[in-house]
Design a binder for this molecule. Structure first.
Ligand SMILES: Cc1cc2nc3c(=O)[nH]c(=O)nc-3n(C[C@H](O)[C@H](O)[C@H](O)COP(=O)(O)O)c2cc1C
Length: 258
């Protein structure tokens, strides 16, 4: 009788084990793909709601997202477009591909994003039939990484309802303080544009905003010890609220012409 340690038996056991394991792992990957996609989509909805301060306990993310309409805009015209399906559009992928995005010149690329996609997702929040908030994807480079997040505006399209970054690689305790709820709370109620709704008036400064300062309503405190991330966030605001970003769209929406 061959010993259990014969080369043939050892190899048979090893190969069978490999086969069984690879079948288990690949089946799990295939079977769980839909669940993973659904979790990813739910997580993004949670980030969108959280940035606007709309995330509440006691209701599911899906239930809370029922009041949110996802639309696509054309950045060049600042109008809604049906060119792509908002449910399927992958904006971050589109921003990297030459066919769906455009390289920015150094002068244009204030937020250091290299390329800008032709179309962008926007999220319109309704209370009944009334528009109550608009949530806009934003991104740009900080010190170590690209920060991805959302800026939410109230229905006047000029008052900040909230901000949140859902992905970045800044240092915890320094640039990572972009996630600090106390800092995020400082954004609420700040104004984005001057009365003429031209260039963005909102900016993130180095240091603290003097409460009585004439332009205090357009200013947000910088992060202490993280001037470079602070500058990055300010650049993000200047780019995305500027003419290559959402200013044309917001102006059209304000006039009911988006
Ligand atoms: C390990 C390490 C990590 C840092 N991470 C950040 C960061 O995430 N964001 C940032 O703005 N500055 C970061 N800094 C600090 C910057 O190098 C720079 O000193 C700082 O932005 C200056 O800010 P201040 O003028 O407010 O002191 C880091 C420094 C070190 C040594």
């Amino acid at each position: 009788m061959a010993s259990n340690e014969s080369i043939k038996k050892v190899l048979t056991v090893a190969v069978s084990l490999c086969l069984v394991c690879s079948v288990v792992v690949s089946s799990a990957a295939v079977l769980l793909r839909d669940a993973q996609e659904a979790n990813k989509a739910r997580d993004m909805k949670r980030n969108i709601l959280a940035a606007a301060g709309l995330l509440e306990k006691g209701a599911t993310v899906e239930e809370q997202f029922e009041n949110v309409e996802t639309r696509v805009i054309d950045f060049e015209t600042g109008t809604f477009t049906e060119a792509v399906d908002p449910a399927k559009y992958e904006q971050r992928k589109a921003a990297k591909a030459p066919g769906t995005s455009e390289a920015l010149t150094a002068e244009e690329d204030i937020a250091d994003i290299q390329r800008q996609e032709e179309y962008g997702l926007v999220y319109l929040v309704y209370e009944g039939d009334e528009l109550s908030k608009v949530i806009l994807p934003i991104r740009g480079y900080g010190l170590w990484s690209t920060l991805y997040g959302f800026l939410a505006l109230e229905a006047d399209l000029n008052t900040v309802a909230g901000i949140g970054f859902y992905e970045h690689g800044e240092t915890p305790g320094l640039g990572g303080e972009v996630d600090n709820p106390l800092w995020k709370a400082k954004w609420e109620g700040k104004k984005v544009y001057d009365e003429d709704f031209a260039d963005p008036a909102l900016s993130v400064i180095k240091g603290q905003v003097e409460p009585g300062a004439p332009r205090a309503r357009y200013r947000v405190d910088g992060l202490s010890g993280a001037t470079l991330t602070t500058r990055g966030v300010d650049n993000i605001i200047q780019f995305w609220l500027g003419e290559r970003g959402y200013s044309e769209f917001l102006s059209n929406l304000r006039q009911g012409e988006a």
